[in-house]
Design a protein around this ligand. Structure first.
Ligand code: NAG
Ligand code: NAG
Ligand code: NAG
Length: 389
């Protein structure tokens, strides 16, 4: 079930690592590659990228040309580093410098990913390793096809530039093609751009206030107060790493005994400090039991991140929709309505309800509802397996 997958979604952590010995050749636009030896020729790249043929490159032109070859933050950072005279255009030697910088940043990214995700330390990322790697697997729905496409030498693993291809594919199929998926839900007035207010509304329940503002500010490359498609993709990416950083800072502050674990009252303080729209004290108190993956009453940082940034999805979302009497429990009538809406088989779902309702009071707490859905899922998977055997 999709909402359970969302419930268990995790954010990647950022780890720094040394450069690998041999720098790989990396594609920076169609037909243009950089090998990291400081001899980059820019003719082919300029042919591709300089859309208005004014002999210089704006950040938008760079994003258009390289958006399906390099991660967005690599493009933006390379642009900033190379734009020495800070006139917001790359010209002459700045173009080659930007491509060299992009190569260096992409190579560092490969090293970082390999250090973090290559658990068997063979220098490559296998399919299983990639599936566990929440820093690069950002689009589970397209995992199989993106992994297969990125695996250029078809050895079943990703290494070198293949890792960059995978990251970019997962981020967005193509700059313009994925535009809709990112932009449409947030874009209230249909102008194909989003302002800070629209972004704030779109991420309600997920993102600390300060992170929204910082990511917006950084992503708005041309400072016009709006994010266009390319900038919005960059926003999404920045948001992820800034959320990780914000949790890092706030977690340490509330974890007074510094054991890396938070109880309910610590978590209330964490929520207060992060200011995530909709994730207030009442929310934390009601759903805290869901925060731990086990039955523990203390949660670690990863669990805190998951709990507070996916707060509006999964079980809380079901409560919002089906707990009509706002009792913070689901009674059997409410459960029946939910079964109909989610197209669950009535009888097995009733059985799951009864099985978890240990005190037989006819009401399920959020924690019990989750257990009931897990129980239902497991039993129906088993039944389906039997039927097909
Ligand atoms: C993936 O994660 C699971 C659960 O933590 C672990 O058991 C498994 O060994 C990991 N697989 C790889 C290839 O790292
Ligand atoms: C968060 O903290 C961990 C452990 O201290 C560190 O490795 C990681 O780089 C930090 N992440 C961010 C985004 O600051
Ligand atoms: C929660 O943990 C903090 C230390 O992090 C401790 O001071 C506090 O007493 C605990 N609260 C409860 C209700 O256990």
């Amino acid at each position: 079930m999709k909402f359970l997958m969302v419930l268990f979604a995790v954010l990647g952590t950022v780890i720094c690592a040394p450069l690998p010995e041999a720098a790989p050749e990396i594609a920076v636009s169609s037909g243009a590659t950089v090998d990291g030896k400081g001899e980059t020729k820019t003719d082919t790249y300029m042919d591709n990228a300089d859309a208005n043929k004014d002999g210089q490159l704006s950040i938008d032109e760079l994003l258009e040309a390289s958006g399906s070859f390099l991660p967005f933050d690599v493009i933006i950072d390379a642009f900033k580093m190379a734009d020495k005279d800070t006139d917001s255009y790359l010209k002459g030697e700045e173009v080659g410098a930007a491509l060299e910088e992009a190569h260096l940043l992409a190579t560092m990214e490969i090293a970082k990913v390999t250090a973090a995700d290559d658990t068997d330390e063979n220098g490559k990322i296998s399919g299983e390793e990639a599936k566990n790697a929440t820093d690069i697997m950002t689009n589970p729905e397209h995992f199989e096809e993106d992994f297969a496409t990125a695996d250029a030498d078809k050895d079943g693993e990703l290494s070198g530039a293949e890792i960059i291809t995978f990251i970019v594919l997962q981020q967005s199929k193509r700059l313009s093609g994925d535009n809709d998926a990112f932009l449409k839900p947030a874009d209230n007035d249909g102008d194909n751009k989003v302002n800070l207010e629209e972004v704030t509304t779109a991420v309600k329940g997920y993102t600390p206030k300060a992170v929204i503002e910082e990511a917006f500010h950084q992503a708005d490359a041309n400072n016009d107060g709006f994010l266009d498609a390319a900038e919005h993709l960059l926003y999404k990416q920045l948001e992820g790493s800034l959320i990780a950083a914000a949790f890092n800072t706030s977690f340490v502050e509330v974890d007074e005994d510094m054991d890396g674990l938070l109880n309910l009252s610590d978590t209330l303080k964490l929520a207060e400090s992060l200011q995530i729209d909709g994730i207030d004290g009442a929310f934390v108190s009601t759903y805290f039991d869901l925060a731990s993956r086990s039955e523990a009453t203390l949660i670690d940082q990863q669990e805190a991140v998951e709990f507070l940034t996916t707060g509006k999805t999964g079980i809380p979302q079901l409560f919002e929709e089906f707990d009509k009497d706002a009792s913070k429990t689901i009674n059997s009538d409410e459960a029946s309505a939910m079964a109909v809406e989610l197209a669950l088989d009535a009888e097995p779902f009733k059985a799951a309800f009864a099985a978890v309702d240990k005190d037989a009071n006819g009401e399920l707490s959020p924690f019990e509802l989750r257990a009931a859905l897990v129980d239902y899922d497991q039993k129906s998977a088993a039944t389906a397996a039997e039927a097909s055997a």
